[in-house]
Design a protein around this ligand. Sequence first.
Ligand code: CP
Length: 306
Amino acid sequence: MRHLMSPLDFSVEELDTLLALASDIEKNPEKYAHACAGKKLATLFYEPSTRTRLSHEAAMLNLGGSVLGFSSADSSSASKGESVSDTIRTISCYADIAAMRHPKEGAPMVACKHASIPVINAGDGGHQHPTQTLTDLLTIKSLKGHLNNMTIGLCGDLKFGRTVHSLIHALVRYEGIQFVLISPEELRLPSYIRQDVLDKHQIPYKEVVRLEDALPELDILYMTRVQKERFFNEEDYVRMKDFYILDKKKMQLAPKDMHVLHPLPRVNEISVEVDDDPRAAYFKQVQYGVYVRMALILTLLDIHVD
Ligand code: CP
């Protein structure tokens, strides 16, 4: 039985296979419409979500399966003090596969140790968000045709941004990747990721504060939200929240073939006036998230469609 805790749980070859399956699903959705008939997905969300929860549910429904679950800790027996391990043992009696989001780093890992069904980490605190990374990889591959030889700008909250942490882990395994890390001093990428991941893999990177300085050299700009829920005090959040605002004027500095990704939700960091720019890819990215999660469910349930 396989779980997905980190993008590194799949080898590069396995990721290629998964992304190819997602692309086939995109082209031939009817072929997969009954692949999970009789199977159930449980979504166990202890933290708010729109895309991750509903795209997992849409994925299972598109595959002909069913869904059940809860969308907040308050509406589950976690509010009465039930542990993650007891919850997942219970859910293992009801469903064939589970996706869990939790504010505490490592909670889905605890769950997978007590589960008798595959568990998907749907985001754990400031740690990892592997299904967002699968979405990001599929989006980049679909738009650029490859995942190597690129300069990727990561902008915003690089300290707490689990989507950024997961994406870096995944991309360093491809040839010719370099990063421009764009953040205020207080929200720099944690040193353990710079040293243990970027330095260890000898990945070229630079850190800049001004988005304008980075834009001309980027193939991909990955914007992120400053996450209110990860700050210890409101004052620091208010000071940081509008540090970056990508607007039409700044987009004039970017190459014509640069794509803008964002895991969403956005607050102010991308002005709505950018939405009509052909380089804005963040709503395409949402759609790719459904295809890739369909591919993931099939892979973890070991279901093959001829
Ligand atoms: N990208 C993402 O994780 O969005 P949600 O918080 O809406 O799930």
